[in-house]
Design a protein around this ligand. Sequence first.
Ligand code: NAG
Ligand code: NAG
Ligand code: NAG
Ligand code: ZN
Length: 415
Amino acid sequence: MTMKLIKTVCLVLWALTVHSTANELKERALRLMAEAPLIDGHNDLPWQLRNTFNNQLNAVDLYMLNSTHTNIPKIKEGRLSAQFWAAYVPCDTQYNDAVRQTLEQIDVIHRMCQKYPDVFTFATSSQDIEDTFAQNKTACLIGVEGGHSIDSSLATLRTMYQLGVRYLTLTHSCNTPWVDNWLVDTGSEPAVHNGLSDFGKQVILEMNRIGMLVDLAHVSVKVMKQVLEISKAPVIFSHSSAYSICPHKRNVPDDVLLEVKNKNGIVMINFYNDYVTCQRTANISHVADHFDHIKKVAGSSIIGFGGDYDGVPRVPVGLEDVSKYPDLVAELLRRGWTDEDITKALGRNLLRVFKEVERVRDSLKDLKPDDIPIPLKEVQNPCRTDYGYPDKTNSACTHSLYPLVLVLTLLNKLL
Ligand SMILES: *[C@@H]1O[C@H](CO)[C@@H](O)[C@H](O)[C@H]1NC(C)=O
Ligand SMILES: *[C@@H]1O[C@H](CO)[C@@H](O)[C@H](O)[C@H]1NC(C)=O
Ligand SMILES: *[C@@H]1O[C@H](CO)[C@@H](O)[C@H](O)[C@H]1NC(C)=O
Ligand SMILES: [Zn+2]
């Protein structure tokens, strides 16, 4: 009888301790998040706006929207201080209307931020992110996800920068005429360039010159290594996790993590179940395992958050939507992360990278814009004319590459 009572009392005390510790951790997490901005590398809400509403934003209330991982109440609860919104268009727009569709995604991001001026501020610099955080608002940034969106054109790249785009993910899940994507590492797509073509190298250096962050999520390992070697500025992975924890080819291997560290870059960790556990199910501890692993291999200076919310069909238990970031921070505190580790991972690392990219841009201001176009033979496809090229062939719609493009597009859809 007494034994049973003691046991019950112990159990109750234990439960109380665990509970109050959890509360304390959450409070500490929220305090840290009031000190340092949370900057997330990748969110696909704009794609949801196209997919569900055909970008008819007037009919959408971002306070009430509840079919998505992201809405304004969740953003506030999650203390999301800055978001790189993905201007993503699928690979089957390549050689078709990718540029128009990308412009429409850039437009819908601008409109979304303008529609809620008390919540959002559009941002194009590291300083803008800091100023917006000081005003307790959420900074909107744009990242274009996939090199197919620039249609092999440096002029298009520069114009997108002028529209406020601040990173370009070199590929989505398809090769472009100048760079290979991660699917070549799975064997499901042939390597076309063995990394970057010469024009691909021009793209990297032009991005360095104008101050566009280079995003290596979605590229092949060969491309990761080449860019880490040639880029004059640090690079980011906007939404990728650790290959050693889950050997999915979208994740980053340990030797690359070390090169990212040497380059002063950052890996913003993806929460998608399939990249976190290599299975369909995952929870918040599994995501924290990726944070721990990358910290162990390369230190907390290369870590960031890249949730991939609204871009994936499955997210971990405990990280169901953007309101849950503080719970992940609490979990990292529970695992012994210091306040400094946490504030770096939240956003200070990304700010460091962004500032360095801006510094490199400023240091290259005497360099002329690169106006050497991609060689015509590398971009022949039925939807591209060849005005301006002296060696023009005038047969744009009958090209032998077209069947190949079709087959690749079909394959890509099937996979
Ligand atoms: C989600 O929003 C719709 C439309 O505003 C509303 O009818 C529905 O009840 C909401 N569902 C939940 C779970 O809040
Ligand atoms: C900032 O926003 C959060 C979340 O909306 C709110 O809880 C907090 O009181 C705000 N802080 C200030 C200083 O306005
Ligand atoms: C997550 O799942 C693992 C089993 O895969 C389990 O051991 C762990 O306790 C879970 N963590 C949470 C927070 O639910
Ligand atoms: Zn992606």
